[in-house]
Design a protein around this ligand. Structure first.
Ligand code: XMP
Length: 507
């Protein structure tokens, strides 16, 4: 496998994903890992990632120097390159202006790492400090404008690049990673999801034995795939608890029961808790308060239901690899550990052991596993849906009537996207209900009804997003249908805000 040592770059996960796409297993571990820990993974290669720090900073992240003497190939990227120069007695200097974004890379000396590279190519840079002198015995093999952009020592199998080969803007980035993984580290293509599934089913069987497992099923990709996988391994020893908050999309609860309960024959206890949720939300309009109430209520309901299941020994969760990386992140005390919204928490005295069969997988891998297990691609590739659901898409106070209105409007929008073959080309689409009424006219009647907003966002990571440039005809159809078919709405607006400064959701 390949180990990616995490120095805090936003691209770390991307490095591991690129390697896995080449069917080689890659793991991200914190740069603070000891040499023993690194060795225990028996890596065929080590990649030192980028990071926001400077080698000159007082508390700069570093690695033990021995890492370069293990006989394992090392590739330093960005900060990883500067650190390599710094630790091996080259020289790093504070840059005058740094390089951000696209840059021209001039290859001055080829070699194993740059096999297949042309003399000139476009790369993606993001750094301030620069390497002024490479360590002794190393060869400068590429430059950008005047800066040193790559160096290596093939005898020692140490390589370093200033640019980010993992981002798609770097023209031959994939080629570079392939060269490292296959030609230099001699990895074999043995990371296959079908093997992973077989292996996990076996592991779950061994771990669980004849004991019972509880899983909180939300209908989201992660908990759904986890439930089907675990069910394959242990059948009826698994019980899923599905808390229907009543704040889900139109017919969502039935869909989940049909898709997982009926189709896969999984034991699912469905708790219809809309009344409970709505009564707790009555009179509350502050978004953060609504979120807290929904989260809290969810845990209450889940706890009550799971306490009814006797002799359960395991709590299964759809934790995936980005959650694991996030919780071990080295970004310091400010890093918050993600709380999983699919399962809240359980009474202390239940003493359940965790079962997390997806914790090594990235989201796209989880989806592939889902399809492989026979879940319909339509379900596996659905847009994300927030834990608090329509509770944060009905602005202000939430009540049953508004939920019904919004569910209908939202279903029309999604249906039209499907009909026009647009659903899969946007990242997240939904309708928001505003607590604003305006005047309209229908037939000869004056109306005074709610306004809804149609939102569709295009994004890769949900951190930044642009609004989808949907065709006017589609928007027109959506608007007409919502106003004609949904009683309670007489005006439809389209959200043309990008993130930042807006967010994707409205609350
Ligand atoms: P924003 O609105 O912050 O949303 O641009 C980014 C992504 O996160 C989702 N989201 C949530 N998911 N619980 C969730 O599980 C939440 O409280 C929550 N708030 C936002 C949102 O749908 C979008 O995909």
């Amino acid at each position: 496998s390949i180990i990616v040592l995490d120095f805090g770059s936003q691209y770390n996960q991307l490095i591991a994903r690129r390697v896995r796409d080449m069917q080689v297993y890659a793991e991200v571990i914190p740069c603070t890992a000891s040499i023993e820990e690194i060795k225990s993974h028996q890596p065929a290669g080590i990649i030192l990632s980028g990071g926001p720090s400077s080698v000159f900073a007082e508390d700069a992240f570093t690695v033990p120097k021995e890492i370069y003497d293990l006989g394992i190939p090392v590739l330093g990227i960005c900060y990883g390159m500067q650190l390599t120069a710094h630790l091996l007695d080259g020289k790093v200097s504070k840059g005058a202006k740094g390089e951000y974004g696209k840059a021209e890379f001039h290859l001055t000396q080829s070699g194993k790492l740059f096999k297949g590279f042309p003399e000139q190519s476009t790369v993606w840079m993001s750094h301030f400090d620069e390497v002024a002198k490479v360590p002794e015995g190393f060869t400068v093999c590429g430059r950008s404008e005047s800066d040193i952009a790559a160096f290596y020592n093939e005898e020692k199998n140490i390589y370093a690049v200033q640019f980010h080969p993992e981002v798609s803007h770097t023209e031959h980035g994939t080629q570079l990673i392939e060269n490292f993984v296959f030609d230099i580290c001699k990895c074999e293509k043995n990371w296959k999801l079908t093997n992973y599934i077989d292996h996990q089913i076996q592991a779950i069987k061994e771990k669980v034995g004849d004991k019972k497992v509880i899983l909180g099923l939300s209908g989201g990709v992660d908990s759904s795939v986890a439930s089907v996988l675990i069910h394959k391994a242990i059948g009826d020893q698994l019980t899923c608890i599905f808390v229907d908050t009543g704040l889900m999309r139109l017919n969502e609860g039935d869909l989940i029961m049909e898709a997982y309960g009926k189709h896969f024959d999984i034991n699912i206890i469905r708790v219809d808790a809309q009344e409970r949720f709505l009564s707790k939300l009555k009179g509350v309009s502050d978004p953060e308060k609504k979120r807290k109430i929904i989260g809290h209520e969810f845990i209450e309901v889940f706890d009550e239901e799971s306490a009814k299941i006797e002799n359960a020994s395991f709590l299964a969760q759809g934790t995936i690899y980005p959650d694991v990386i996030e919780s071990q992140s080295i970004k310091g005390p400010s890093a918050t550990i993600k709380s999983h919204h699919n399962v809240g928490g359980l009474p202390e005295d239940m003493k359940l052991e965790l079962l997390e069969p997806l914790r090594e997988l990235f989201k796209d891998e989880v989806r592939k596993v889902g399809v492989e297990l026979g879940i319909s691609p339509d379900l596996v590739y659905r847009h994300p849906f927030p834990g608090p659901g329509l509770g944060i898409r009905i602005l202000g106070e939430v009540d049953a009537e508004k939920v019904e209105i919004l569910q209908k409007a939202d279903a029309i929008f999604i249906e039209e996207l499907h009909k026009n073959d647009l659903y899969n080309s946007v990242s997240q689409a939904f309708v928001v209900l505003l607590p604003v009424k305006s005047v309209g006219v229908m037939g000869d009647e004056r109306t005074y009804e709610y306004t809804c907003v149609v939102r569709s966002a295009d994004t890769i990571d949900f951190m930044t997003a642009t609004w989808s440039k949907l065709p006017y005809e589609v928007l027109e159809k959506v608007s007409n249908r919502i106003i004609n078919e949904v009683k309670g709405i007489n005006r439809v607006a389209y959200d043309i805000s990008s993130k930042p400064p807006a967010t994707i959701e409205w609350e």
